[in-house]
Design a protein around this ligand. Structure first.
Ligand SMILES: [Zn+2]
Ligand SMILES: [Zn+2]
Length: 264
């Protein structure tokens, strides 16, 4: 999970949605796509399609983990906690939809760009079961906040697994641990059709996808340093750019490698 700076003011599409009380967040696709640069806020894959229909019959780069890789608008804090007829639970007392203009489901700061598999895994979960954790890690948290993604997460470069930094404690640690667990950020994504099993495919985990990505990155840089060293800076920066898939593990790898000075 990488840090995403949040535009301070909400897009006009959200204002329009709030005024109508509608809860079809499709109009937010474009502004969220732009802000998150086409990369899932949680798993850092790049969804290729706007709808399930668009993806039918197509392959993506994460084969065989290709099921449902289209993007969605996700409520970080789930809708069920934001809009509930019971005033002690939620803030909107409207029968939904339409919602009242002040319904918290329209809070710009609670909306992120997520692939459909991440959104489905997350569902309506929220750490409210009495654990120490009080929230999931928000990708748009200010980078200086102790609970920001860059402050709590790191990767095991030998396995590709997302982990919690050793120097993180207390509530931020509990939030980070529960985020990894509930959002299954090291696990397989997507459903597998019966035909996929018969074809010998298996579900591939996010950790393994990351590990392969870093392996490809290492090979690429090792070749380029030999054959086209003048392009190494551009290539290295491309891999760690916030619009690239798995950019945060790529950054950690490059910063710890002999190529680190190509980033500066
Ligand atoms: Zn995702
Ligand atoms: Zn509401």
């Amino acid at each position: 999970m990488r840090n995403i700076p949040r535009n301070s003011s909400e897009p006009t599409e959200l204002t329009t949605l709030r005024q109508s009380g509608d809860e079809d967040f499709g109009p937010l696709d474009a502004p969220l796509d732009a802000m998150f640069e086409g990369v899932c806020a949680y798993c850092e894959r790049k969804p290729l399609w706007r709808s399930r229909q668009d993806g039918v019959g197509a392959d993506d780069t994460d084969l065989p983990d290709r099921e449902g890789l289209f993007f969605t608008c996700d409520h970080v804090r789930p809708r069920r906690l934001l809009c509930n007829p019971d005033p002690s639970v939620g803030q909107c007392t409207a029968k939904s939809p339409p919602h009242r203009f002040d319904c918290v489901i329209y809070d710009w700061h609670n909306l992120v760009y997520a692939c459909q598999p991440c959104n489905a895994v997350k569902g309506g979960q929220w750490p409210t079961d009495g654990d120490v954790a009080v929230s999931y890690i928000n990708p748009c948290e200010h980078p200086d906040n102790p609970a920001a993604p860059n402050r709590v997460f790191e990767y095991d470069l030998d396995s590709g697994r997302l982990t919690v930094r050793g120097d993180v404690s207390g509530v931020p640690r509990a939030n980070a641990v529960q985020t990894i667990r509930d959002l299954a950020l090291n696990d397989p994504r997507g459903r597998i059709e019966k035909t996929s099993y018969s074809a010998g495919e298996r579900r591939i985990s996010l950790a393994e996808l990351r590990l392969r990505w870093v392996s490809d990155l290492r090979k690429t840089l090792d070749i380029i340093v030999e054959v086209a060293p003048s392009t190494l800076t551009d290539v290295a920066r491309g891999f760690v750019s916030s619009d690239a898939r798995f950019s945060s593990i790529a950054r950690q790898f490059v910063e710890g490698s002999r190529y680190r000075h190509y980033l500066t």
